[in-house]
Design a binder for this molecule. Structure first.
Ligand SMILES: Cc1ncc(COP(=O)(O)O)c(C=O)c1O
Length: 370
């Protein structure tokens, strides 16, 4: 259960965190302090362990200050050779964001688009890659726009068959979804502190195949987001190159303890799945429907279609907020939706309380649901 003062956040982030994660920040450690350097080193090892890999197997975890997008931009702007060309697989706003970042850096790029409630088409990815000229492929794992879960292993197989570097934005999935990391053949995966590991916001991280990272010498287009330099700093003296988010890192170390204590990714995924299932069951019983079909939908976040054409989401949101629950507006472009997130320090009872509040609000607003 969340603390009394804070409303539970049924959002894609920032997320509700445990009191103990927040309490872990009540210290001031210097960035050169041996204890702090030890915390950072341990976090890097534990992130690899969560993915089921290790440094000795050729993997590196690089931490980068900022929100998740900064880590994405760090990787994209650091790993693209001057003659590189990206293929971006898009079925939502976060895929579009990857494209924008690539374009902003002036890299060559093509995009393959599918509707926001459709999976990427593997055959067209393969045929596009077969035309040649591509060096890198990027896709979003769980498209938080809709909640759809993309087939990162199949896209990985197509990417590798074409000899390309594979980048996955696993921001909202890593730590909360079971998947065989190595089988997906990713070279770079990005996520952030305040998603499924349930730390507080402040940094992102990239899990990098060391050989792919080392091959990027001289490619970085920015000074502060230079991934290779950041890795070398962390490996060299164990420090960030610039002021680290010390408190966030302490909270993250605690969040990793709590993830392990819960039973690791399988247990966390099971809790999120339960949150998702009870939410969908309750919402359907009230007459709401999901935007993404059940077989494609992940358990991270769900988009619900507006129940009526004149549905006033602002009023719905405000009334729920007044009752102490925070949900999220929609982000899909082709339908009017709102979103309910299932991740963070939220449990079955929180979902049940949200559903009761939604029932009350639906009554207050006179929504004529099924
Ligand atoms: C898939 C995905 N990519 C990128 C981001 C952006 O992360 P941030 O807002 O931390 O920059 C998010 C945030 O929810 C996300 O879900």
């Amino acid at each position: 259960m969340v603390g009394k003062k804070d409303k539970p956040l049924f959002t894609p982030g920032p997320l509700t965190t445990s009191t103990t994660v927040k309490e872990a920040m009540l210290r001031d450690l210097g960035s050169r302090d041996g204890e702090f350097i030890g915390v950072v080193k341990k976090i890097r090892g534990r992130l690899l362990k969560l993915a089921g890999v290790s440094q000795s197997q050729g993997w590196e975890a690089v931490l980068m200050q900022g929100s998740g997008t900064f880590a994405i931009e760090s990787v994209i702007s650091s790993i693209t050779p001057p003659e590189g060309k990206w293929l971006v697989v898009i079925n939502g706003a976060y895929g579009e964001r990857l494209l924008k970042i690539i374009e902003r850096h002036g890299f060559a790029v093509d995009a393959i688009r599918n509707a926001e409630n459709e999976l990427p088409n593997i055959a067209s990815i393969k045929s596009t890659l077969a035309k040649g000229g591509f060096t890198h492929v990027a896709v979003v794992h769980c498209e938080t726009t809709s909640g759809i879960m993309n087939p990162v292993a199949d896209i990985g197989a197509a990417t590798k068959a074409a000899g390309c570097v594979y980048f996955v934005d696993s921001m909202s999935a890593f730590g909360g979804v079971e998947f065989d990391f190595e089988a997906c053949q990713m070279d770079f995966l990005v996520s952030s502190a305040n998603k499924c590991v349930q730390g507080v916001p402040g940094f992102g991280f990239a899990l990098c195949r060391r050989a792919a990272l080392e091959a990027t010498e001289g490619y970085s287009r920015t000074f502060s987001l230079d991934l290779l330099a950041q890795w070398r700093g962390l490996e060299g003296n164990g420090q960030f190159r610039f002021t680290p988010p010390t408190h966030t890192l302490l909270a993250f170390a605690r969040a990793l303890d709590e993830l392990e204590g819960e039973g690791g990714i399988p247990a966390r995924a099971a809790r999120y799945r339960k949150n998702h299932e009870s939410c969908v069951t309750g919402m359907r019983a009230m007459g709401f429907t999901e935007y993404v079909s059940e077989d494609l939908q992940g358990h991270i976040i769900t988009s619900f279609v507006y129940p009526t054409e004149d549905f006033d989401f602002e009023e719905f949101y405000d009334r729920l907020n007044d009752k102490g629950f925070v949900i999220y507006p929609g982000k899909v472009t082709k339908a009017n939706c709102f979103r309910i997130g299932h991740i963070g320090h939220l449990f079955a009872e929180d979902t049940e309380m949200l559903l009761s509040a939604i029932r009350e609000v639906a009554g207050e607003m006179g929504l004529s649901l099924a």
